[in-house]
Design a protein around this ligand. Structure first.
Ligand SMILES: [Zn+2]
Length: 486
C-alpha cells in the first residue's frame, strides 16, 4: 500500500532574456481568465432561479450542464442536439478562447459562486493573483543536449498557447517557449517524481516570472521493506506522540519490555524558538498598538507597511522552525524504526481550545495566545508527509483523538485530577508522572486498546478519515502488557 505525495518545485524563468513579446503573452495567459470568470459569475447570478438548487444542508449547487446551455454554442454534436444560439454567447464575447478553457473558467466560477461570491455593481471585479495552472497535456519540458561552446539555455518549457490561432480554417496552437534556470538540485528532484502540472506565477516583489512544477512523488522504497513479512523479524513497538503547547511534542515508545527507559522517552522542543517567538510577538504587539492609536502625524501608512513586512518575516521564521522541528522528530522515528517494527500514533488535540475561550475557566490571555500559535494540523500534515516520503506505509502513522488522554493515569487508567500544571499524581496507585508523558503514553495505550476491542475490524485515522484493517496491526498484540495496570 503506497501513497504518493505531491511536491512543489519552484524554478525561475530567465526573465532577463525574455522578450517583451513573450512577457506580453505570459501576461495575457495569466490575466485573461479573470474577465471570463467574472462574466460567468454574473451569468450564474442572473439565472440563479433556473440553474441553482439548494441541498438538504442548505448549500447552493450550480448545474453545470444547464449553465453550458446558456453560454456555449455547440457544433460538433448530433443535429438534434445542436445549439446555434444561446442567451449569453461567450464565444462571441471572447473569440480567441478555446472550449476547454471556457470549461476551466466555468468550474472556477461555479466554485466561487458556491462558496458565496456574489457580483455587485459596486464591487470591483475579482483580483486574482497573476497565476495560471497548466495541466500536463498543455506543456512539454525539453532538454537540449550539451554541445561544445554552447552557453545557451539547455532547459526549456514549451507551453501550448490556449489562444486558438486560425490557419486555413483549422485551429492550431502555438507554443510559448520559456528558458528555465535549472540547477542540479532541480534535476535530481525532477527525476524523483512525475510532473503533474505546472503553474505560472508572477512575483510582484521582484517582478519576475516563475514556474512552479507540481510533482507526484512516490516514496522511496529503500527505508521500509515493501513486504510486510521482512520487517516482522523485528520486535513490535508503538510510539505515542503528544502534541503540546509548551513542549511541541513528547514521545513515549512502548516496547515488548515492561519498563520505560530514558531512551524511550523523548521531548522535542527548542529554547531558541521560544525566545525568538517571544521577541517577534512583542514587536508585533507594540506596532499594532501604535497603528491602532489614531496617529495624526501622517506616518500611519509607514507603520502599516512595516507591520506587513514584520508579519511576513515572522511567518517565514516560524515556518523554518516548524520544518526543523519536523526534521528532528522524523530522524528520531527513523532510528527507532531500524530497531523495531514501528507504529507511530499521534494524538490530535482537537478539543484543546474548547473551554479555554475568553472568560471561561482559568484561561489567561497569555495562555490563550500560546494556544493559538502552534498550528497542530500543519505540524501533523507535515509530519505525515515527511514520513510517507521516507517510505512509511500510511497505516503506520495513525492519528487518534486525544480526548481524555491527559486526565487519566497512564498506569492504572483511572481518572485523576491535575493538582499542579505539568504533573499528574494518581491517588489510587500513588504514581506521579509528567503530564505530557502521560498524554503520550495514554495515546499509545488507546491505540492498543482499540486492537483488543471485540467486534472491531477497522481503525480510523482521525486526521484523514482513512480506515485501516486491524490485520495490519496483529504484531502489536504482543504489547498487551501495557494495558494492564502495573
Ligand atoms: Zn494510577
Amino acid at each position: 500500500m503506497m501513497e504518493d505525495v505531491v511536491k512543489t518545485l519552484k524554478m525561475r524563468i530567465k526573465n532577463e532574456v525574455l522578450t517583451t513579446r513573450k512577457k506580453e503573452r505570459l501576461r495575457r495567459i495569466t490575466g485573461r481568465d479573470t474577465k471570463i470568470i467574472e462574466k460567468y459569475v454574473r451569468i450564474i447570478h442572473h439565472n440563479r432561479r433556473k440553474i441553482c438548487r439548494r441541498t438538504k444542508k442548505g448549500k447552493i449547487r450550480v448545474h453545470r450542464g444547464k449553465l453550458d446551455k446558456l453560454t456555449l454554442t455547440t457544433s460538433k454534436v448530433k443535429e438534434e442536439e445542436k445549439r446555434t444560439t444561446v442567451p449569453h454567447d461567450l464565444k462571441k464575447m471572447f473569440p480567441y478562447c478555446s472550449h476547454n478553457e471556457f470549461q476551466e473558467c466555468r468550474d472556477i466560477a461555479v466554485q466561487l459562486y458556491e462558496q458565496g461570491y456574489r457580483p455587485r455593481s459596486t464591487r470591483p471585479p475579482i483580483k486574482r493573483a497573476r497565476r495560471q495552472l497548466i495541466n500536463a497535456k498543455r506543456f512539454i519540458l525539453v532538454h537540449l543536449p550539451k554541445e561544445k561552446d554552447n552557453t545557451l539555455t539547455r532547459w526549456w518549457v514549451g507551453i501550448r498557447d490556449s489562444l486558438d490561432t486560425w490557419k486555413r480554417n483549422t485551429p492550431y496552437h502555438q507554443k510559448l517557449w520559456l528558458p528555465l534556470e535549472m540547477s542540479t538540485f532541480h534535476q535530481k528532484e525532477l527525476k524523483k517524481g512525475k510532473i503533474k502540472s505546472l503553474e505560472l506565477r508572477y512575483k510582484r516583489s521582484t517582478r519576475e516570472w516563475w514556474v512552479y512544477f507540481q510533482l507526484r512523488v512516490l516514496p522511496s522504497p529503500s527505508f521500509y521493506p515493501t513486504k510486510e513479512k521482512s520487517s516482522s523479524s523485528l520486535p513490535p513497538a508503538v510510539l505515542g506522540i503528544d502534541l503540546g503547547i509548551n513542549i511541541p511534542a513528547t514521545g513515549v515508545l512502548l516496547t515488548p519490555k515492561n519498563k520505560l527507559t530514558n531512551k524511550e522517552i523523548k521531548f522535542w522542543y527548542t529554547k531558541q524558538w521560544n525566545k525568538v517567538n517571544h521577541r517577534y510577538k512583542l514587536k508585533l504587539s507594540r506596532l499594532q498598538r501604535k497603528a491602532a492609536l489614531n496617529d495624526q502625524s501622517g506616518k500611519k501608512h509607514q507603520i502599516y507597511r512595516f507591520l506587513g513586512l514584520l508579519r511576513k518575516r515572522y511567518r517565514n521564521v516560524k515556518r523554518a522552525y516548524i520544518h526543523q522541528f519536523i526534521n528532528d522528530v522524523v530522524q528520531m522515528i527513523e532510528t527507532y524504526a531500524r530497531m523495531y517494527d514501528l507504529f507511530v500514533v499521534v494524538g490530535y488535540p482537537k478539543n484543546v481550545r474548547k473551554g479555554k475561550e475568553k472568560g471561561k475557566g482559568k484561561s489567561t490571555r497569555y495562555f490563550r495566545r500560546k494556544l493559538y500559535q502552534w498550528n497542530f494540523s500543519l505540524v501533523l500534515s507535515l509530519l505525515r508527509r515527511a514520513l510517507i516520503l521516507r517510505g512509511f506505509a500510511p497505516h503506520r502513522i495513525l492519528t487518534l483523538d486525544e480526548r481524555g488522554t491527559s486526565s487519566h493515569c497512564s498506569r492504572c487508567g483511572k481518572e485523576v485530577s491535575r493538582p499542579v500544571r505539568g504533573l499528574i499524581h494518581c491517588p489510587f496507585c500513588n504514581y506521579t508522572y509528567h503530564s505530557d508523558l502521560t498524554g503520550a503514553r495514554n495515546i499509545a495505550r488507546k491505540f492498543l486498546s482499540h486492537l483488543f476491542r471485540p467486534r472491531t475490524t477497522t481503525i480510523t485515522d482521525y486526521f484523514t478519515g482513512q480506515k485501516f484493517s486491524l490485520t495490519h496491526y496483529t504484531v502489536c498484540r504482543g504489547l498487551s502488557h501495557w494495558l494492564q495496570s502495573q
